[in-house]
Structure formats: C-alpha cells, structure tokens
Design a protein around this ligand. Structure first.
Ligand code: TAP
Length: 487
C-alpha cells in the first residue's frame, strides 16, 4: 500500500504525482526509509481547495440519506481493508499491529456512527411574540474544511473530522502529519472505493509550516479542524488572515487521582494502560498520578511491577506486543529530558528509565515504560506534556489538595479518578476542571459522547452529536404569514 501512494496527492478524485519536494517517511522501529511523499505546492493546495469548493455545491445539497449511505460504504470499505491499512500504520507510526488494526476498526465505527447522524440533522421552531410568525432554526453545512492532523492516531484523528464534516454536508481537504501520511492516503483510497463524488475528500501531504499553513491562510477554506500541540494551535488561531471557524483539539498534562478507597489492582492496571499505551503518545495519556498517602507505597509497587511486565517489540514482528517504537526521535528525546529533570530534582526511578537492550532495538526509537515516584510540581513531568512513556507519582493528604494539584495546569482535556467511595467520586468529578473525567476506567473518549478540551487544551468537540455541530451553521428563518384568502 505504501509504495502505491508514494509521491501521490489525492485531489478532485484523481491520484496525481505531486510536483513539490520529496520528503522521506521512515519506519520508526528500524530507521529504514519506507517511501517518499511529495510536499504539495501552493498551486496544488489551491487545486484541492477549489475541488472541495466545487464539490460542496452538490454534496451539501444531496439528500442526507445519500450522504449517510456513502459514509456507510466508506465504513465497510475500511473494515474490509483493515489488515492492510493497519500494516501501513504500524510501518510508519510504530504502534503494534493489533493496536493499529483496532484503530482502523474504530475509524470504520466513526464512519457508521456519523452515517447515522447524517439523517438526524434537524432544526427547531421557536415561539414568537405574535402567532402569525414562525421562526425556523435550520442547520446548514459550513463549507470547505481544512483538516490538519498529528501522527499519534493517524486514522482516527483524520476520521473524526472527515466523517462528521461529510455527514454535515461539508467537503474536506486533509493535511496529515509528515510522519504518518500513508494512513491518510490509504483512507483516500477507501473514499475512492466507496464511490464518493470527486472533490468531496482531498488529501495533500507535506509539512505543517507550508502545506498546513497554506490551508489556514486559504480564503476558500471556511473552517480549520486541527488536532495537535497547543503551541501550533495558538499559532493557527493567531495566523488566520480572515475569520474562520476553528476547532482546536490540543495537548494536555493529564492527572489521575487514586484515593484511599480505590481498588488498587484496578487503579494500577488502568494507570499502566493509559500512561503507556501508544508509548504515552496520547493527548489523554496519564502523565501524573496523585495517590493518597496511606496506600501510596502499595500502589507504586503495583504500578512499577505492571510497567515492567509490558512487552516492547517491533509492532510488525510482534503484533500482540503491548508497546512498539515511538514515532520519532523528538518525543523520545523529550521523554529522556523530562526523566533527567525529575531525577535531578529528587524523584526516585521505580520502573524503566532506559532503552530496552538487544539488537532488535538498536536502530528504532524504543524506550522502556518509566515510572518515577516522590515527584513535586517543580518537575516537568508533573507540569508539561511529555508525550512519551513516562509517568510521575506524588502523594497527597486530603481531597482538596488532590484537586488543587490536578487543576494546577493550563490544560483541561482529560482527568482520571480511581475511588470506590461515592461521595469522593462526586466531590472529585464535579471539581476537576477538565472536558473529560473518567472514573474507575481510563477510556475518557467514546464515539457517542462529546470529547473536547478546556483552557489551553482547545476549543470545540469531536465525537457524538456535538462533534457534528462543529461543522454546521445555524440559520434563523423568520416567516410572517397572512390569513389565507377565502378562509
Ligand atoms: P503538532 O506539531 O502541533 O502538529 C500537528 C499537525 O499540525 C501536523 O500535521 C503538523 O504538520 C501541522 N502543523 C505544524 N505547524 C503548522 C502550521 N504552522 N500551520 C498549520 N499546520 C501546522 O503536533 P504533533 O507533534 O504532530 O502531535 C502531538 C500533539 O498533538 C500533542 O500535543 C498532543 O497532545 C496533541 N494531540 C491532541 C489530541 C486531542 S484530541 N486533543 C489528540 C492527539 C494529539 P507536520 O507535523 O507534518 O509538520
């Protein structure tokens, strides 16, 4: 699949060999170059936006049931190709094959979910001061969407935007991350298989600062749907030359609170899963854990043992590994820097702390899942997003202290609680200043509930009905009627 898409752009339903500079895409588990992509030129970006604008005229006027059928066909095409698409993702991103396959199937789930929502875009009739007037509130698609996505979930983060936008009647130009472009191009080929009209979905590859920025600045793009770092999100907000709708799904530094009433085994299991899955390269990864003093020692022991038990491997060779390679040297270096900072400031290493040994790991971006205890808020691990396999643990004495520490951050995407006491659960969940609070589980995002951040974690929502509202304008149509003649 990868060589098939090398140097290609998908514009107006046609696979074009790009005219811009070639950029290598590497396998992060081995360092080998998989293939090259073509950086879209300004003219090619313009072509894609023009195609999306043209397609918008008919796609937005299509009966919702037809858009729904097209999204169901896309979901079916994605499921049918799950194995090959997963392989593409593992090769370019590093996560184990089984996990990649799970992500592809979740993309298919998003297609079917928004296919169902496409036929439920209804409006309201609002009461007026006189009875001869109706106020209709109708919903209309915004227009052309520029979707800019990161490399950690190369299928789902494209899919949430694509499916919600198309269900609403918008068309889309996607700019995937340079590190993981082939998964997005594979999605484009499923769009083709699903026989979507030309121009409804377009994919242009290249760097964020040129191709992504060109979408941000293009007057033909009505909305930017962005997932990525808070720094780039802020830059996009500042650099929009015209008024555009923006959804910004940004970074976080997510806390977990473990109270004295918690089931310790469940808490350690949840903490390990959400700290280290995808090598911690998740916007909702648990970065910092606050644990009640009486249970701290027992919890840290369980956490460290569970972290040490995780199987690390090249995700192609060992599909069922717990974790694979990190996606590039950048998040790995940041992980090492945050670890060094914590240790220099007095934290104690209780698990991991180095790269795994052996030839199999020599050329890839591998690191052992790492736990540091005895942390304080002077340490970067407790205050900045690491985006790597490192978690810090700190002890608390009272629930108010735990809440204060958990909320002591500019971010607000997701937080976690393990507790059995209902009073504690209510107290904590109502005080945590986050868009998502997961209690006694670590799946903060599910397809049919809104998922979005507060503060520097962004604006807007994905998932759920709310995710589709991000692609719709409201229109108020106020109609005054006369008495019918000859009544
Ligand atoms: P970024 O560096 O912000 O990149 C995200 C996307 O933006 C990439 O496609 C990037 O292109 C592009 N980009 C970079 N500069 C741009 C510019 N000036 N104009 C337009 N686009 C630009 O993030 P990342 O390192 O890929 O991903 C990690 C971050 O994403 C973390 O902070 C993580 O928390 C966040 N994230 C958030 C969520 C949610 S749902 N809140 C989910 C996943 C990840 P290139 O990389 O190709 O240059």
């Amino acid at each position: 699949m990868i060589t098939e898409f090398a140097e290609k752009l998908f514009i107006d339903g046609i696979w074009r060999t790009g005219e811009g500079a070639r950029i290598p895409v590497e396998n992060p588990a081995t360092g080998e170059v998989l293939a090259h992509i073509a950086a879209a030129t300004p003219a090619e970006v313009d072509l894609a936006v023009t195609a999306a604008r043209k397609a918008f005229k008919s796609w937005s006027r299509l009966a919702p049931v037809e858009r729904s059928k097209a999204l169901h066909r896309l979901g079916d095409a994605v499921s049918a190709e799950a194995d090959t698409m997963a392989r593409t993702m593992t090769l370019e991103q590093g996560k184990p094959l089984n996990e990649a396959r799970g992500e592809i199937l979740k993309l298919a789930e998003a297609c079917h979910f928004y296919a169902e929502e496409a036929v439920r875009i209804h409006g309201e009739i609002v009461p007026n001061t006189t009875t001869d007037i109706d106020s209709l509130v109708v919903r209309e698609p915004i227009g052309v969407v520029g979707a800019i996505t990161p490399w950690n979930y190369p299928a789902e983060l494209v899919g949430w935007k694509l499916c919600a936008a198309l269900a609403a009647g918008c068309t889309i130009v996607i700019k995937p991350a340079e590190l993981t472009p082939f998964t997005a191009l594979a999605i484009a080929s499923m769009v083709e298989k699903a026989k979507m009209p030309a121009g409804v979905v377009n994919v242009v590859t290249g760097s964020g600062s040129t191709v992504g920025q060109a979408l941000v600045e293009h007057p033909g793009v009505d909305k930017i749907a962005f997932t990525g770092s808070s720094a780039v999100g802020l830059h996009i907000q500042r650099s929009c030359p015209t008024i555009k709708r923006l959804s910004l799904e940004l970074g976080c530094n997510c806390p977990l609170i473990v109270t004295a009433s918690a089931d310790l085994d469940a808490a350690a299991k949840g903490a390990v899963r959400r700290s280290f899955r995808n090598m911690g390269q998740i916007c909702i990864a648990i970065n910092r854990i606050y644990v009640a003093r009486p249970i701290a020692e027992a919890f840290v022991r369980r956490l460290a043992e569970a972290a040490d038990r995780l199987v690390i491997a090249n995700g192609i060779e060992r599909p069922d590994a717990d974790v694979g390679a990190m996606a590039s040297a950048e998040p790995l270096n940041k992980t090492k820097a945050h670890l060094a900072d914590a240790l220099a400031k007095g934290a104690k290493l209780v698990a991991g702390g180095s790269a795994p040994e052996g030839d199999a790991f020599a050329r890839g971006h591998f690191f052992r899942p790492t736990v540091v205890a005895g942390c304080t808020h002077d340490m970067k691990v407790m205050t900045e997003e690491t985006f790597g396999p490192l978690v810090g643990v700190m002890v608390f004495d009272g629930l108010d202290e735990a809440v204060e520490l958990a909320n002591d951050t500019p971010y607000g995407l997701a937080s976690y609680v393990y507790a059995k006491d209902m009073d504690e659960i209510r107290y904590l969940s109502s005080r945590l200043d986050y868009g998502n609070v997961a209690v006694n589980n670590v799946d903060a995002g599910i397809m049919n509930a809104p998922y979005g951040g507060r503060k520097q974690s962004g604006v807007g929502y994905e998932h759920g009905r709310e995710g589709m509202l991000e692609y719709l304008n409201f229109k108020h149509v106020r109609i005054r009627y006369d008495e019918p003649k000859g009544r």
